[in-house]
Design a protein around this ligand. Structure first.
Ligand code: ANZ
Ligand code: ZN
Length: 803
């Protein structure tokens, strides 16, 4: 029987759809399971072979859970606002909504051809007004709670995209998306106060099952540090406050540095005899990116303030104040006390400007380099701190400054507030109007959604305003509060808005009274398993946790965290081991693979390709091997014999495989699960027949991986009236999972000294360990050193030992 994947796959996709077998029920007595993948951005390129990897992985989980008796929600939708679509629309003079519609249709057809068990009745689209109504609603709640505010800020301005970028989108000084340089610009922008949630975002990580590397990256990004704010008196009369994590080094502070943007410069301008030189330096600093400025290795520059000095509060010494671009206005207080003996950047600066370096922690050679270690070393040259360890000194000085009222303990976070605006068209309009009398006024909720108006052109303007700003009819409105003339906000929300809460909408996607009903969210939340890219760790994953925590605090959602478990997949690379790209000519098109080999093969292969969490190169040969496996499985039908049990000689292989596949799926070890099924197939085929019961089990094990061919076999063999996807996941008998045992000879220097009975599949390490633990073997090893260990699987251990 030749296997015709085209007919079979189409047949079962239609059958599933007709029977609605993948529809999740909002009212069900079954336990629930919510599996989630990151919904795609429907780009013009169509589906990439990278997409099916996570989709198939969670499809295997979803399908297995259904077989295990769960009511499963496995949804999909479209994260469709954003720049690529808008840029395409500009270039080709079509409306971005049209582009989106076309791209979604194509993506949908491609994804449907893979046989993923998505509940298509819950499909959502972030650009749909009935969806973004609720994105806007959440924004209004943030505004009402003081977490959305407008601020003049120095923003990252991408010279290519002509729009503002979040810090997360700037990589090494260039735009993550287009690679053009990013400069600083002052703009009045909507911001979200994610910083209010810094501690909650750290604490929440304790209660969720995320990979350690994801937790570490989020914590790093939030960047909590414990230190102190210390006030230094200045000759100008103003107290200059610094933030330091090393208050223990206060006696070693020999000068101060303020950021070029520090407000005291304006305040002190009349006292500063070298104000022109200072202004010059400010202008130069403004041209540099934050990344350039913070670089450790870069040559230190700066200007001394002539006319104002400071006093070190612990020893009364007069010390100079500099401006330098290595101090950033956006962190701490924008001013530091410089301790050249123990901070590398201060050390470089002091050497260049000939400033004194006073050692206050003994342990290094501060003439040669800064001694930055704080785990060891003893305080010196520090008055009442002398002789203490760094940790002890930190505590003591903090208490001292609080007592003497010149400083206090302080916790800082690196996390910055989230710039929540883009000067572009294709995004959610921000539902705020500005009235000269009333300020920023939220639109009444009954006026949502605030729809995107039709515009003539989507080109961003060169002055950095959104194309919406040219729509005077739309912009000019009346103030909801006083009825006077007012103007609408013309910036739109950033790409990350719609994806910050989309999983909530899946629980109740057609609700027009709320973002989702309380009952639906009570039942479905949290998401049980969320798989997505590592690149979203400090963007989408953090943003959505923030929104969720806010919604929890205002009583909208029932859980404090959105996702109980998070995993990440590796990338699929080209056959040459490089990233797939048009320019490298190594792109594999999933449509071609589905067409020629079938979706079941593509699915199996993408799960077999390697460790799910690591990148893996495509291999056509290995993909063809998966196709042969599908064919060989299909051919097993020809050797099915009656029998409603597993044959005695097949009990161990079957029970072991059920156990292995069951466990491997849970641990993302899809590749070894498939390998186990392949070897079970070999063993069965070698025996020349397979009983109906054995075939039933094999089919169910393989069903989540290759759902079409297994449905076909299930139907051909008339097991019962239902489909394979409606059965029960096979169970195993632990007592029948034991491997057969083998006798292994143990040699010392080539002579057999013992025989051991071990599991047939014993590992090399275990076999060697058992051999060395044997008393008789041990007696021949007395006083000798093992120089070589050989293991011939299932047969022999040879230990070569020398005096
Ligand atoms: C004195 C000192 C002595 C420092 C020493 C370090 C070592 P984290 O851990 O990242 O929070 N700093 C503070 N504000 C800054 C700013 N706006 N721009 C540049 N540097 C700034 O780092 C805190 C340390 O970074 C602070 O502690 C301060 O230097 C510097 F042996 O103060 B420290
Ligand atoms: Zn008003």
């Amino acid at each position: 029987m030749k296997y015709d994947h085209k007919a079979v796959e189409k047949k079962w996709q239609d059958a599933w759809e007709k029977a609605g077998v993948f529809h999740a029920e909002n009212n069900s007595k079954k336990p629930k399971y919510f599996a989630l993948i990151e919904f795609p951005y429907p780009s013009g390129q169509g589906l990439h072979v990278g997409h099916p990897r996570p989709y198939t992985a969670l499809d295997i989980i979803a399908r297995k859970r259904r077989l295990q008796g769960y009511n499963v929600l496995y949804p999909i939708g479209w994260d469709a606002f954003g720049l690529p679509t808008e840029n395409y629309a500009i270039k080709n003079h079509v409306h971005p909504a049209e582009v989106t519609k076309k791209n979604v249709a194509r993506f949908k057809e491609q994804i449907k051809s893979l046989g993923i068990s998505f509940d298509w009745s819950r499909e959502i689209n972030t650009t749909d007004p009935s969806y973004y109504k609720w994105t806007q609603w959440i924004f209004l709640q943030l505004f009402k709670h003081g977490l959305a505010y407008k601020k003049e800020t120095n923003v990252n301005w991408c010279t290519g995209c002509k729009c503002v970028l979040a810090n997360e989108e700037v990589v090494e000084g260039v735009c993550e998306r287009c690679g053009n340089p990013v400069i600083h610009k002052v703009k009045s922008q909507w911001m979200l106060k994610i910083t209010d949630y810094a501690q909650k975002l750290i604490d929440g990580l304790d209660g969720v099952d995320y990979p350690e590397r994801v937790k570490a990256q989020q914590k790093n990004w939030i960047g909590r540090s414990e230190g102190a704010e210390v006030g230094f008196q200045t000759s100008a009369g103003d107290e200059l406050t610094v933030y330091t994590t090393r208050p223990d080094t206060l006696f070693g502070a020999t000068y101060m540095v303020i950021s070029p943007e520090h407000p005291y410069i304006e305040k002190w301008k009349d006292r500063l005899s070298n104000i022109d030189e200072i202004r010059d330096y400010q202008t130069k600093a403004a041209r540099k990116s934050e990344f350039e400025r913070a670089e450790i290795a870069k040559d230190k520059t700066g200007v001394k303030l002539e006319g104002v000095t400071a006093t070190n509060p612990v020893n009364g010494k007069t010390i100079p104040i500099f401006i330098s671009d290595y101090v950033l206005m956006t962190y701490g207080t924008g001013a530091i006390m410089a301790v050249p003996a123990h901070d590398t950047r201060d050390w470089d600066f002091a050497k260049k400007f000939g400033l004194p370096i006073i050692e206050v922690v003994k342990g290094g050679n501060v003439e040669k380099e800064a001694y930055t270690d704080c785990a060891s070393g003893t305080m010196v040259n520090s008055g009442f701190l002398n002789g203490l360890s760094v940790e002890e000194a930190k505590e003591k000085i903090k208490s001292y400054m609080e007592e003497k009222n010149f400083g206090h303990r302080k916790i800082n976070y690196k996390l910055r507030d989230w710039v929540f605006a883009r000067q572009r068209y294709w995004g959610e309009p921000i539902p705020i109007v500005h009235c000269d009398k009333c300020g920023y006024v939220p639109l009444p909720e009954d006026q949502l959604p605030l729809r995107l108006p039709e515009v003539e052109s989507y080109e961003p303007t060169d002055d950095g305003e959104s194309p919406l700003s040219k729509m005077t009819d739309w912009v000019n409105t009346t103030c909801p509060k006083c009825g006077g003339p007012a103007k609408r906000e013309t910036d739109t929300m950033p790409q990350w808005a719609g994806s910050s809460w989309y999983y909530l909408r899946y629980t109740d996607p057609h609700n027009d009274k709320a973002l989702a009903s309380k009952e639906a969210m009570d039942y479905w939340l949290p998401v049980d398993w969320y798989n997505g890219g590592m690149e979203h760790t400090t963007l989408h994953l953090l943003y959505s946790r923030f929104w969720h925590k806010f919604l929890y605090d205002i009583g909208v959602v029932p859980t404090s965290e959105p996702y109980a478990k998070r995993t990440s997949h590796g990338m699929i690379l080209g056959e040459n081991g490089e990233k797939m790209s048009k320019s490298r000519g190594n792109v594999v098109n999933p449509d071609d693979v589905v067409d020629e080999y079938g979706a079941d093969t593509l699915r199996l292969y993408e799960m077999f390709i390697g460790d799910f969490e690591k990148a893996a190169p495509w291999s056509t040969a290995s993909m063809k091997g998966c196709r042969r496996f599908v064919e060989r499985y299909f051919a097993l039908q020809d050797i099915v014999v009656p029998g409603d049990s597993i044959r005695p000689e097949m009990e161990i292989p079957f029970n072991r495989t059920i156990k292995k596949v069951s466990e491997d799926i849970e641990n993302l070890k899809f590749n070894t699960a498939i390998a186990a099924m392949m070897s079970l197939l070999n063993e069965t085929a070698q025996s020349g027949s397979i009983t109906r019961e054995e075939m039933r089990i094999f089919t169910l094990l393989m069903n989540p991986f290759s759902p079409h061919v297994t449905e076909e076999v299930w139907a051909n063999l008339h097991y019962n009236g239902k489909m394979a996807c409606q059965q029960e996941w096979p169970s195993y008998d632990e007592s029948k999972c034991k491997a057969a045992s083998v006798e292994i000879a143990v040699q010392v220097n080539g002579k057999v000294r013992a025989h051991l009975t071990l599991d047939a599949d014993v590992s090399k390490e275990d076999a060697l360990a058992s051999a060395k633990a044997n008393d008789r073997v041990n007696s021949f090893l007395q006083g000798k050193k093992i120089i070589k260990e050989i293991y011939v699987p299932g047969k022999l251990v040879n230990l070569v030992a020398k005096q």
